[in-house]
Ligand binder design. Structure first.
Ligand code: XMP
Length: 512
């Protein structure tokens, strides 16, 4: 296994992801923890030093001598390269600004790192981090790659198996980055790459047991994939020390609430408190049309109800959450500088502190597709695991304007027709998210011989890899018109159907 030492880069988790995709087991640990005893106990076959926001020229440069003397190959990325160089006697130049951007690296000489991928003399696109940079190399090292601004873009000591890159091989913009990392772990560290999601599951189960001991854990289920996978995993680890709380807002899709309860109670036998709170939510939302107000009301009410129910679980010490890696990056960057709140997503913030609970977040290192793979590994039904993401505030933000029970029921019906058609066509898994939006607009139509004056339904379907950017899904006209006809024939109150062809940006995925 590989030890990834984290110096605080926002993309450290991506190193782990690239390695895991390649069948390599690795763990990320903060540099503050990786002392000699730790490393000895961990027994890595190789060490990767991550990037980080600090300057190695500052007085409190971390001591990495133990990591370099452990006798296994080391790859330093960006800041990791600089710490290694500074530690081994090379020089690093201060530069106030850190910049990230595309650059070209030219391979100067063959290296174990380049095997089968970079040829001497060739130039290759990378995602570079300028800023502090190496200006002289420690003994034994040579530059094997250069870029316009970094004479030591890639350095190697092929005898001791120390390598350093100034760019980020873990991001997809570095086209051959995954190959370079694979060369490091497989060719240089000699690992075989036979690690799987099944192994991850076992490791997480051991970690959860260690963290929780004999404490009780509460887990909020949202009906979505993430919280469900977290709950099933934790249940495997600690059995009935886990209690799930499912607050049904009445703003979910057709039958979704019922399905969650059946899955958890009947198939998994997980203790579940089910709160049917539709009336409460609808009454608090009555007359409210501002989207952020809706979110706040739903978030507040959800927390109140959750807190009350969770309070009934005796001796609860932990709160489990299905936090994913992208949520972690988002919250880090939100505290790292001023960033505009486009939509307030995180609905349960503040809850653990108020209730005096510690967090259990077993999915923190995973991306959505990995969570799905883990869910399959845990035996969750495929249809459940491949579900599209669904926002916490649910249909409330898919009904612009005021929300009524009738509106929500009508939208549920139309949304189901649309999604069933997508499934029948075999397109569901090609789409990141598809849903219908019930607009507060009436338009004139003619049905039979009568004039109608009914609502408009918007259909949306997007492809995306992380929800940050998105493209509209190119349905055929034929498909869209079949769906439109079926919806209008079956949903009294909807008189017109439109398809949203806005990408994100400039649009967002949801309409509110
Ligand atoms: P937007 O609409 O911002 O959505 O492009 C990006 C992703 O986030 C989901 N989303 C939310 N999720 N609470 C949530 O839990 C929210 O208030 C919320 N708003 C948007 C959206 O469905 C998409 O997957």
């Amino acid at each position: 296994r590989i030890l990834i030492v984290d110096f605080g880069s926002q993309v450290t988790q991506l190193i782990a992801r690239r390695l895991r995709e390649d069948g390599i087991y690795c763990e990320i640990h903060p540099y503050t923890k990786t002392d000699d005893a730790f490393v000895k106990d961990f027994g890595p076959k190789g060490i990767i030093l991550s990037g980080g926001p600090n300057s190695v020229t500052s007085a409190d440069r971390p001591n990495v001598s133990g990591l370099l003397n452990f006798g296994v190959p080391v790859l330093g990325i960006c800041y990791g390269q600089q710490v290694m160089v500074a530690e081994l006697g090379g020089e690093v130049e201060v530069s106030g600004e850190r910049e990230f951007g595309r650059a070209e690296v030219r391979a100067l000489a063959p290296s174990a790192l380049f095997q089968g991928t970079w040829a001497t003399g060739g130039t290759y696109p990378v995602w570079m981090s300028h800023g502090d940079r190496v200006i002289s190399l420690p003994e034994g090292f040579s530059a094997v790659g250069v870029s316009e601004n970094a004479p030591f873009a890639v350095i190697a000591d092929e005898v001791r198996n120390f390598f350093g890159v100034q760019f980020h091989p873990e991001v997809v913009h570095t086209l051959d980055g995954a190959r370079l990392l694979s060369n490091f772990t497989k060719k240089i560290c000699g690992l075989t790459g036979d690690w799987t999601m099944a192994a991850f599951r076992d490791e997480m189960i051991a970690k959860i047991r260690e963290q929780v001991g004999d404490g009780r854990v509460i887990c909020g289920l949202s009906g979505g994939v993430d919280s469900a996978v977290a709950a099933v995993l934790i249940h495997e680890a600690i059995g009935d020390q886990l209690t799930c709380v499912f607050v049904d807002t009445g703003l979910m899709r057709m039958n979704e609430g019922k399905e969650v309860v059946e899955l958890f109670r009947n198939s998994y036998n997980i203790p579940l408190i089910h709160v049917e709170a539709e009336e409460m939510f609808l009454s608090e939302l009555n007359g409210v049309s501002d989207p952020e107000k809706k979110r706040k009301i739903i978030g507040r009410l959800f927390v109140e109800i959750f807190e009350k129910e969770a309070g009934k679980v005796d001796n609860a010490k932990f709160l489990a959450q299905g936090t994913l890696y992208p949520d972690v990056i988002e919250s880090v960057s939100a505290t790292g500088g001023p960033s505009v709140t486009i939509k307030s997503h995180h609905n349960v913030g503040g809850l653990p502190e108020r209730m005096g609970l510690d967090l259990v977040e077993p999915l923190r290192e995973l991306f959505k597709d990995e969570v799905r793979a883990l869910g399959r590994e845990l035996g969750l039904p495929d249809a459940f695991v491949s579900r599209h993401p669904f926002p916490g505030p649910g249909l409330a933000i898919r009904i612009p304007g005021e929300i009524t029970k009738e509106g929500a029921d009508l939208l549920r019906k139309a949304d189901k027709i649309y999604l069933d058609a997508i499934r029948e066509e075999g397109l569901y898994n090609e789409i990141w998210q598809a849903f219908a939006v019930l607009l507060p607009v009436r338009t004139v139509g003619v049905m039979g011989d009568a004039r109608t004056y009914d609502q408009v339904l918007g259909l949306r379907a997007v492809t995306s890899t992380d929800g940050m950017t998105a493209d509209t899904y190119p349905f055929t006209h034929d498909f869209l018109s079949r769906v439109s006809t079926k919806i209008i024939n079956n949903c009294v109150g909807i008189g017109r159907v439109v398809y949203d062809i806005t990408s994100k940006p400039p649009g967002t995925i949801e309409w509110e």
